[in-house]
Design a protein around this ligand. Structure first.
Ligand SMILES: Nc1ncnc2c1ncn2[C@@H]1O[C@H](COP(=O)(O)OP(=O)(O)OP(=O)(O)O)[C@@H](O)[C@H]1O
Length: 261
């Protein structure tokens, strides 16, 4: 049995078919990057993995069981835009998840429970390179540092699956490279399963263990909503070459043109 199984999965909004007949088996510890034209349903797929959206048809299984219908601590998510709380310091931002989990009513930990939680928070901040910034406010951080904080906020809850929706899309190329290194280091150290959406085909081609291309096999200009996207390529990273990259780029660009028409 696979860690995650996607069987004949469809997603429709009204008469718009967004995803059609997705089939996928993912083992624990895999790092999947998702690429595809804008509007092809990559974020929708992440939302289904998160439990924020339900499928129209088909199955989504975690260790053979139906995925929990609500977001829970099994799954953490990081978005492109910073999702940190501006009125809390870096340390408080990361502590908050643990406090709300252990004290859902008061939202505060005291005594030894608080010391233990703070130790975990400081270890996590070290891991993502924010140790020296623990007492800063989010507005004092660069974009890359804010995304490190968002990643720390997710990882402190020890999710089994980390979902990343274009987490580095707003960052400068140099910072993006540093964030790739950080992500690969965290993934190796923690052994977590990752799904990451990116618009950058090169990023998708070289980061992680597996590239999933979301694309439409059929485009009908007279009925643009009639066909959804599916996984057209499922490639192990490292066994990809420039020619294939160009083919995928061409196909994704064609779909993007149809979508924009
Ligand atoms: N809640 C919703 N209600 C209706 N339609 C929706 C909803 N969420 C998404 N859609 C539609 O589903 C399609 C897929 O959207 P989605 O955001 O998943 O695409 P995407 O591949 O992640 O795009 P991008 O790369 O631009 O973020 C789009 O046409 C979008 O308008």
């Amino acid at each position: 049995m696979s860690f995650i199984s996607v069987n004949k999965l469809w997603k429709e909004y009204g008469d718009q078919v967004v995803l059609e007949n997705l089939n996928l088996e993912v083992e624990q510890g895999e790092f999947c990057t998702l690429v595809g034209a804008s509007g092809c349903g990559k974020s929708t797929f992440l939302k289904m993995l998160l439990g924020q959206e339900s499928q129209s048809r088909g199955e989504l299984l975690l260790e053979g069981e139906t995925f929990p219908a609500e977001p829970d601590r099994n799954r953490g998510i990081v978005f492109q835009r910073y999702s940190v709380f501006p009125h809390l310091t870096v340390r408080q931002n990361v502590l908050m998840g643990l406090e709300l989990e252990q004290k859902p009513v008061l939202g505060k930990l005291f005594g030894s429970a608080r010391s233990e939680a703070l130790k975990k928070v400081d270890d996590m901040l070290e891991l993502v390179g924010l140790g020296p910034s623990a007492n800063k406010w989010p507005h004092e951080l660069s974009g890359g540092m804010q995304q490190r904080l968002a990643i720390a906020q997710s990882l402190i809850m020890r999710p089994r699956v980390l979902l990343l929706d274009e987490p580095f899309g707003a960052l400068d190329p140099g910072i993006r490279k540093d964030m790739h290194e950080l992500l690969l280091q965290l993934w190796r150290e923690i052994g977590i399963t990752i799904f990451m959406v990116t618009h950058d085909l090169h990023e998708g081609f070289y980061l992680g263990t597996r590239l999933l291309v979301f694309d439409k096999l059929r485009n009908d200009p007279h009925a643009p909503n009639a066909f959804g996207a599916t996984i057209t390529y499922d490639l192990p990273i490292g066994q990809t070459d420039e020619r294939l990259l160009r083919d995928i780029d061409q196909s994704v660009t064609n779909t993007a043109r149809y979508q924009a028409a």
